[in-house]
Design a protein around this ligand. Structure first.
Ligand code: ADP
Ligand code: MG
Length: 499
């Protein structure tokens, strides 16, 4: 890869060493498991969590004479991903053999793509933040390429005192390797990039993005340099399996490199591992070069070719992606960019919001989804898929507010009841007498009582009309929050004779 610097140095992301400021440079290689029923070159299942070696075909076990047959679904998914990354789709690509020996690699080589990948350059717009003043800033991270390759199996060293076992369930599963340009300048940016990439893949349905199941792993390349100076030598931290760890690995690796250079040493290009317990990286092996792998086109596979019509058809069916959805929420529903960003961060949340907002006040719906629903889910450690309050139920609560049947305050109580006990919000309001009192007679009585009980306050309020709010509060309290606030407000002012 020819390295091009696309970023202006930003002092906010510098880290200071003993001898001055440093800038971190990060590029990532993300392995994303393709969502597909079968493996890249065999019909074996890709289901997660099966018994060891339950999903291994003769091809995956590399039995002599077996021939790989490309799974069209994986090709389709790779192209769709490329389109989602606004990338160049290559109508002709080549599968190569990447040769190395490893016990969990029965073929003795991995089928991958080297010189001619299926997808070329693309771009991911990443929103970074919020910073201390609540601001987000957008950065663009270049995608160098996306290629298809096989996953390897897994060695298991803890099953027997003297032997190691191998599980080939993953062997041959399709991966997309998505290689970024070295366009990130802080751990925060790298985490935001990975989060955004995962969101895009999930919207597309091309990878489930479950990092704890190994469906997505990142190799994180880190180097340091003087701000704006030439690129430094990088180290590659292999197989980081959580977004939090990506951040920690970058921070500690950058500090290690800075200390090393400031101490008069040089960074060796090497592969390192992140130890989450110690919070630091350690050397694994010095970096192998491409020629060590003796790449050559796999003679068992023809070049992969398709035409523009095939690409166009996939493009036409692509779902709305987060950036477009965000823009639409801002322009169509008048949401703030901040609120729209939160809602589109997860497709399930965006879908939930749209269901609630349909035919209702979108801003109010957004407030309830973000503050009340997501707040409660967060507190309960639940995912949107596990929400006890459905979009229909939340919608019904909003309708009750709009009709004036309940006040906003009672609506919060109602939300809590629905959250804990379920049920139809309308019926709950009915059966538990939560209806707002709009009957002016009843409200008037309450207002009169409060006024009669507080003659001093009445005098004060007459001199200073803003104190009328205190009476409104007292009446609301006396009616258990059920009085219609507008009606109370009007009556209080009338009785006090203030404007
Ligand atoms: P290779 O194929 O040998 O692993 P590449 O040149 O394709 O190397 O780069 C792999 C990854 O390393 C890319 O994500 C790229 O952005 C990143 N990278 C390359 N040079 C640097 C550097 N100096 N600092 C940080 N990341 C880098
Ligand atoms: Mg690499």
């Amino acid at each position: 890869m020819t390295l091009v610097d696309t970023r202006e140095p930003d002092p906010k992301s510098f880290i200071s060493g003993a001898t001055g400021d440093w800038e971190i440079v990060i590029g990532m290689e993300v392995h994303a498991q393709v969502t597909s029923e079968a493996k890249l070159f065999s019909g074996a299942s890709t289901d997660f969590g099966a018994e060891a070696n339950a999903h291994v075909s003769l091809v995956d076990a590399a039995m002599p004479g077996m021939l790989p047959v490309i799974n069209e679904e994986c090709v389709r998914q790779a192209i769709r991903t490329g389109l989602g990354l606004k990338a160049q789709i290559n109508k002709r690509s080549i599968f190569d053999r990447k040769n190395y020996f490893y016990p969990d690699l029965p073929q003795g080589y991995q089928i991958s793509q080297f010189k001619d990948p299926i997808v070329g350059e693309g771009i991911v717009t990443v929103s970074v933040g919020p910073d201390k003043s609540g601001e987000f800033r957008d950065i663009e991270v270049g995608v160098e390429r996306l290629h298809l390759e096989q996953d390897a199996g897994k060695s298991m060293h803890d099953q027997h005192p003297t032997m190691s076992f191998v599980d080939l369930n993953r062997s041959g599963v399709a991966l997309m390797e998505i290689v970024s340009k070295p366009d990130m300048r802080s751990a925060e940016e790298a985490k935001a990039y990975l989060t955004k990439l995962r969101t895009i893949l999930r919207y597309l349905g091309t990878c489930d993005g479950n990092m704890d199941e190994g469906s997505m792993r990142a190799d994180v390349n880190v180097s340091v340099r003087r701000p704006g100076g030439p690129f430094g030598t990088r180290c590659e931290i292999k197989n980081v399996n959580s977004i939090r760890f990506v951040g920690q690995a970058i921070e500690s690796e950058a500090r290690r490199q800075i200390a090393l250079i400031e101490d008069g040493g040089v960074v060796d290009q090497e592969t390192r591992l992140f130890d989450p317990v110690k919070g630091e990286t350690r050397a694994m092996r010095t970096k192998e070069d491409a020629h060590d792998y003796r790449y050559f086109p796999d003679p068992d596979l023809l070049p992969l070719e398709f035409d523009q019509a095939y690409i166009d058809a996939l493009l036409a069916e692509l779902p709305e992606l987060p950036d477009d959805k965000k823009a639409r929420f801002v322009s169509e529903s008048g949401l703030s960019t901040y609120d729209a960003s939160i809602l589109v961060s997860d497709k399930a949340i965006a879908d939930f919001f749209e269901k609630v907002a349909k035919g209702r006040d979108a801003k109010q719906a957004a407030n309830w989804v973000i503050n009340d629903l997501l707040g409660a889910l967060n507190k309960a450690g639940k995912d949107i898929d596990e929400t006890p309050v459905s979009a229909d139920q939340l919608g019904a609560i909003l309708d009750l507010i709009r009709e004036g049947t309940i006040s906003g305050k009672i609506a919060k109580d109602l939300f809590e009841i629905v959250w804990n006990e379920g049920g139809d919000p309308k019926e709950i309001v009915e059966s538990r007498g939560m209806k707002q009192v709009t009957d002016t007679g009843a409200i008037e009585k309450a207002v009169d009582e409060v006024i009669a009980a507080n003659p001093e306050k009445v005098e004060q309020a007459k001199a200073k009309p803003s104190l009328a709010g205190w009476f409104v509060g007292q009446v609301m309290k006396a009616t258990g929050g059920k009085a219609n606030p507008q009606a109370v407000n009007a009556l209080v002012k009338e009785k006090l004779g203030v404007e």
